[in-house]
Ligand binder design. Structure first.
Ligand code: HEC
Ligand code: HEC
Length: 264
């Protein structure tokens, strides 16, 4: 009897035909999906049947390879501590004075600039040393200064730092006058700006923060703007970039005039 016939048997015509059809459809779709469709792509990862099959099946062509992340921006690697220049060395000051002759046309014969270059007289030795290192390494760039720093040895930089630090500052500190702008005295807690005076002197001083009193207003203004745009990026941990980015134009103006000793 037909009901006794075994269903899964090659002698059952219906079974043979349906299994055959299923296998055929699978083979055709494999060819289309893994070979024909990928072969139409011209990208290199589909070149050759094996690559095409791997790509169609989702196998990555290259397993994860860690590529080292390198920054295009050079940052400062100078380490200065309060004891970098612990004692006054008269020999170093003498050598520095000789070397400084070639700096005087811009920074003035006594370290007081007449030309909107920064004053160096009485500047912290750590600051002068760090800035010269940064100009040499390229962490800070300037058309006038980069070539000047290129040829200096480490000892030259230490001697120049000792010399300029020992010269007397521009007389008449602006910090003595009463009108301290809000941004200098108290910063802006809402915008996460610490008072300038907490790093740059008056309230407190952080090693590496330059003395700003008596610097030309144009210079301070330009530096704040360069920090804000990131053109100057040699400040360690972006201390100044974070401050300058948050400052308004009026605040930059006010701070520059104040430190330059001009009336607000
Ligand atoms: C051609 C003019 C010129 C000469 C020469 C020159 N400088 Fe400068 N220097 C500048 C200018 C301009 C700047 C400010 C750069 C800037 O705007 O970033 C500067 C900045 C500096 C600074 C950074 C000061 C700070 O407060 O950040 C130091 C330190 C310095 N110069 C030291 C020297 C020494 C040392 C020499 C001699 C070996 C020298 N300079 C020669 C023009 C000059
Ligand atoms: C958290 C500490 C900190 C605070 C707050 C701070 N500064 Fe600075 N500032 C620094 C340091 C550190 C440098 C030196 C960066 C470098 O290594 O070149 C610097 C550099 C500068 C310079 C460049 C001076 C030069 O001669 O190269 C200017 C201008 C300046 N700061 C202005 C300000 C003003 C204005 C404020 C307040 C709105 C302020 N800073 C707040 C730490 C600070």
């Amino acid at each position: 009897m037909s009901t006794e016939e075994r269903l899964f048997s090659l002698r059952n015509r219906w079974f043979t035909v349906s299994v055959g059809l299923t296998v055929g459809v699978a083979a055709v779709s494999t060819l289309i999906g893994f070979v024909w469709l990928p072969s139409v792509h011209t990208d290199p990862q589909f070149m050759g049947i094996w690559n095409a099959i791997c790509s169609a099946a989702g196998v990555p062509r290259q397993w994860y390879v860690a590529t080292p992340v390198t920054s295009r921006v050079k940052t400062s690697e100078v380490v200065v501590t309060p004891t970098t220049f612990s004692q006054v060395d008269p020999l170093a000051i003498g050598r520095g004075a000789t070397l400084a002759q070639r700096c005087s046309m811009c920074h003035g014969p006594q370290g007081i600039s007449q030309a909107n270059s920064p004053n160096l007289a009485g500047q912290y030795d750590t600051v002068i040393y760090k800035q010269l290192e940064d100009f040499q390494s390229g962490a800070r760039t300037n058309a006038a200064m980069s070539p000047m720093a290129a040829a200096l040895s480490d000892q030259d930089m230490r001697d120049l730092a000792a010399y300029y630090a020992h010269l007397p500052k521009l007389p008449g500190s602006p910090t003595a006058s009463g009108n301290v702008p809000q941004i200098v005295a108290s910063g802006s807690p809402m915008r996460n700006i610490a008072p300038c005076a907490s790093c740059h002197g008056a309230a407190d001083h952080k090693t590496g923060a330059p003395a700003l009193e008596g610097e030309p207003a144009a210079y301070i203004h330009a530096q704040l703007q360069a920090f804000a745009t990131g053109d100057r990026h040699n400040d360690i941990d972006a201390q100044m970039r974070n401050v300058a980015r948050q400052m308004t134009r009026a605040e930059i103006e006010a701070a520059a005039r104040y430190y330059a000793g001009q009336q607000p």
